[in-house]
Design a protein around this ligand. Structure first.
Ligand SMILES: Nc1ncnc2c1ncn2[C@@H]1O[C@H](COP(=O)(O)OP(=O)(O)O)[C@@H](O)[C@H]1O
Ligand SMILES: [Mg+2]
Length: 637
């Protein structure tokens, strides 16, 4: 992707902030959320404990009322004397005063003598009642929660049966049941024996409060435990008593503000609390709000589970706290991100400035401005890069200068050689004819002379020296020759082999070792065989002369694939060439040899021939150690 370094840097900075920010926000919210939930679960657990205490307190109060009533003098008297009228008045008053729903007296067999709640109905037996049964066995007052059937309720009073009757209201998550109403009722009930002064059993008395639609306990718990605190108009704490899974007494409200009587507990709670008999603590959706809830079973005197006691804390308050913390965290993160963005912008600019400088300088350098240098501003990696850049720029400049100088020198050299060549050729041409005439006439004079003539020696000298002049002129003409070489496809290795076979046997080569390192299958090239042969001959003879007949001569050929040319090297172990001589090596008439041995045209002619072939000739030498002549000839595709 085509994203600038600056953008990348800024994105990286921001990503860092966002990642660390969101991780800590997420962790923070979770941590706070979890600790709030845990704390509220602990709180609801203690609330349930308080609710249970209040519930049991209520049961104990009923038990005390019943027990104390059983001890009352008037009851014993009435039973002993079998005079019930006064006692009836008294029981009616007690029931009223103590706000009991049921207060009933039976004889010692459990047969009902008087019902304060329903005086018209009596004579039936309560001997089968669980509590009466228990009192019969233990002769002691007992109290417990109990389910009373509609039939029994009707006996205690039609109004009680009506109060207990509750139709089910469909509730989400409820456990499906075949019934759709509850006709029996749940009561807090106590029973006590009535004993004579001589401790004989006279009868029983029992009292009860119906829990169905009675809100005293639940509201008392709410007021003592939650002190009526509200959140957004809703009670923060709610309390419910279930008969089985049915809400019969509650301060959980329906949407219309009425108490949610008739709704039922969720299947999950049903299974754990009613079936397994275990408490249940956790989030629960109750009627129409989420609550942090605690449920525990209510048991009858036999220990059977008959209902549930519930307390719940409105969860919304705590989720709101959680939400607020989340917003605060997000706010902090945003507040951090803006300065981070600004800082990263400036930081990125700071980092990029020297890089941009470098890039600009590099561009200008690439366009040929070799004087480009960058300022060193820092000691870091970028500073190092700048340093390397400056070094590179000056190296390039240095090499460029050298290259220019050497090219310049070469051009001057070849121009100088070319003009020398033209001059030499002109002079040679002019001298050639007079020389021919001198040679002709001196030969004629020589022929005409008598053998004993004293001038004959001088004439011979004239002929010899003139012949030598002729040779020099011939060489000069060759050097200045402008004719195109007659090129044909030839094998360089073959030409070299032929030249060597010509010279090898001759005297100067007797003690010279010749090494041939020819690359086999070298491509054929277009050359004038005679001319190239002459060049090789010149160089080989020079080498032999430089070695004064002793040493080794290495001749090599190879293909320079990259340059697309053939390289021929001649390395001898002779005297070598001094630095001063090196410059003049290819000049015509440059020689270090005696007049009779060399005329200094060999290399000059060779140079001309190689140039005419589009090739190149170079010399390397170390004085005293030898010299190497390298010829390169182009290979045409
Ligand atoms: N292989 C060599 N080693 C040392 N010097 C050399 C070698 N080849 C040529 N020279 C020097 O170059 C000079 C010019 O050579 P050249 O043009 O062939 O003329 P000449 O051989 O007639 O002197 C020689 O006189 C010699 O000093
Ligand atoms: Mg020579």
């Amino acid at each position: 992707m085509n994203i600038s370094l600056r953008t990348k840097l800024i994105i990286s900075f921001l990503a860092l902030v966002i990642v660390t920010g969101s991780v800590s926000t997420f962790a923070g919210i979770n941590l706070i959320g979890n600790s709030i939930i845990r704390e509220q679960q602990d709180r609801v657990r203690t609330n349930l404990y308080s609710a249970r205490e209040i519930y049991l307190g209520e049961l104990k109060e009923i038990k005390d009322i019943v027990r104390l009533t059983a001890l009352r003098f008037f009851i014993k008297e009435a039973l002993l004397k079998n005079e019930l009228e006064d006692m009836e008045e008294e029981l009616l008053r007690i029931r009223e005063e103590e706000q009991l729903d049921i207060l009933t007296l039976t004889d010692k067999n459990g047969k009902v003598l008087f019902r304060a709640s329903n005086p018209g109905v009596y004579g039936d037996s309560q001997a089968e009642d669980e509590l009466i049964n228990n009192v019969m066995l233990n002769n002691k007052a007992v109290a417990s929660t109990q389910i009373i059937s509609r039939e029994e309720l009707e006996k205690e009073g039609q109004d009680l049966a009506e109060q207990a009757y509750i139709k089910f209201i469909p509730t989400p998550n409820e456990k499906p049941r075949t019934e759709n109403k509850e006709t029996s009722g749940m009561v807090l009930k106590a029973a006590a024996p009535i004993m004579s002064y001589s401790n004989e059993l006279l009868g029983f008395i029992y009292g009860a409060r119906l829990l169905n639609r009675d809100y005293e306990i639940v509201d008392k718990v709410k007021d003592t435990v939650y002190e009526g605190v509200k959140y957004e108009g809703k009670d923060i704490g709610t309390v419910t008593i279930f008969q089985g899974d049915l809400r019969i007494s509650t301060n959980v409200l329906n949407l219309d503000g009425s108490r949610a009587i008739g709704t039922r507990v969720s299947e999950e709670v049903y299974d754990q609390v009613l079936v397994e008999g275990l408490p249940w603590i956790g989030r629960a959706f109750v009627v129409n709000n989420w609550y942090i809830s605690a449920y525990e079973p209510i048991k009858n005197i036999k220990g059977e589970i008959i209902g549930i006691l519930y307390v719940g804390l409105l969860e919304k308050k705590f989720t709101d706290i959680q939400k607020n913390t989340m917003w605060i965290f997000l706010g902090i993160m945003l507040a951090v991100m803006i300065p981070a963005l600004i800082i990263s912008y400036f930081l990125a600019s700071g980092i990029l400035k020297p890089i941009n400088h470098l890039a600009d300088a590099a561009k200008r350098l690439a366009h040929g401005d070799l004087t480009q240098r960058v300022e060193l501003t820092s000691r870091d990696e970028i500073g190092e890069l700048a340093q390397v850049f400056n070094f590179m720029a000056s190296s390039i400049k240095e090499r460029d200068d050298q290259l220019k100088a050497s090219v310049q020198q070469k051009i001057q050299e070849s121009e100088r050689l070319a003009s020398l060549g033209r001059l030499a050729a002109g002079v040679a041409h002019e001298i050639n004819n007079p020389l021919g005439a001198i040679l002709l006439y001196s030969n004629l004079l020589l022929e005409e002379s008598e053998p004993q003539d004293s001038k004959i020696e001088n004439l011979k000298k004239i002929v010899r020296e003139t012949t030598r002049c002729k040779e020099i002129v011939k060489g000069l003409l060759e050097f200045g020759r402008k004719t195109e070489p007659k090129k044909e496809l030839s094998d360089i290795n073959e030409i070299l082999t032929r030249v060597l076979s010509l010279v090898e046997k001759q005297a100067p080569f007797q003690n010279i070792r010749i090494n041939k390192t020819f690359q086999p299958y070298i491509p054929m090239i277009m050359i004038d065989k005679t001319q190239i042969q002459q060049v090789f001959m010149n160089i080989i003879l020079n080498a032999a002369e430089a070695m004064q007949g002793k040493g080794s001569l290495t001749i090599s050929t190879r293909l320079l694939e990259f340059e697309n040319s053939i390289e021929i090297g001649f390395t001898d172990t002779g005297s070598g060439i001094s630095h001063d001589n090196m410059k003049r090596l290819f000049e015509p008439f440059f020689t270090t040899k005696e007049e009779t041995k060399g005329i200094g045209l060999g290399l000059a002619i060779s140079y001309g021939i190689i140039k005419n072939h589009g090739g190149n000739i170079e010399v390397k030498s170390q004085i005293g150690k030898g010299a190497t002549f390298i010829i390169k000839l182009p290979v045409k595709k």
